[in-house]
Ligand binder design. Structure first.
Ligand code: CO
Length: 198
């Protein structure tokens, strides 16, 4: 079945633009709320754990994230623990600013709905703090580590026209079936070693 909210694929210029800030008074308008609904719907139907407005062709600084337990079912308990990944309820950030906490970076395979079908190792800060406005226009700050911190860095990058392929360990880039066949269920330390990554 045709997806109702097709996700813009890499090569389209909207993914390379600096997205525009949203005016606070716009947030409660029906048009803006409809955009949020479209973003959540597109993220869930993909399915993915995060989405940025440019991925729907809208160059605005808006991101949504949600990590449902169903999406974690393909990973082992050990893989989830290494990734510091657990269920995250839906969150919306408008005009987000992101600050890394500490220096520590961790490298895992990561994909993107706008680079459909591929994944690569990407180093990300283990912990970040994000500040912005929520879906009602209220200021929010969230300090978080592990997988949600990775999602946030990935989505905030989208708002600046950056894709994970700009940050990846390029020798690790592969199709999802290849990556899964070679590295599914393997300890991260062994996966990294394969590519000479710390
Ligand atoms: Co993405």
């Amino acid at each position: 079945m045709e997806k109702e909210n097709p996700i813009v694929q890499t090569g389209h210029e909207v993914l390379r633009l600096q997205a525009q800030p949203v005016r606070a008074e716009e947030i409660r308008t029906p048009d803006f709320q409809a955009l949020l609904t479209r973003m959540v719907t597109a993220m869930r139907e993909a399915p993915g754990v995060g989405l940025a407005a440019p991925q729907l062709g809208v160059s605005l600084q808006v991101l949504v994230l949600e990590d449902r337990v169903e999406l974690q079912a393909t990973l082992t308990k050990e893989e989830l623990a290494e990734r510091e990944r657990g269920p995250v309820p839906l969150r919306v950030f408008i005009n987000p600013t992101l600050t890394p906490i500490g220096e520590e970076q961790v490298t895992f395979f990561e994909g993107c709905l706008s680079v459909a079908g591929y994944a690569a190792l990407v180093p990300r800060f283990r912990e970040v703090e994000v500040s912005g406005l929520d879906e009602r226009g209220q200021p929010v700050t969230w300090r978080v580590k592990g997988w949600p911190a990775r999602i946030l860095q990935h989505e905030v990058d989208h708002l600046k026209g950056t894709l994970y392929v700009d940050r990846m360990v390029s020798v690790s880039f592969g199709t999802l079936p290849q990556v899964k066949a070679r590295f599914g269920g393997k300890p991260a330390v062994d996966v990294r070693k394969t590519f000479g990554v710390e």
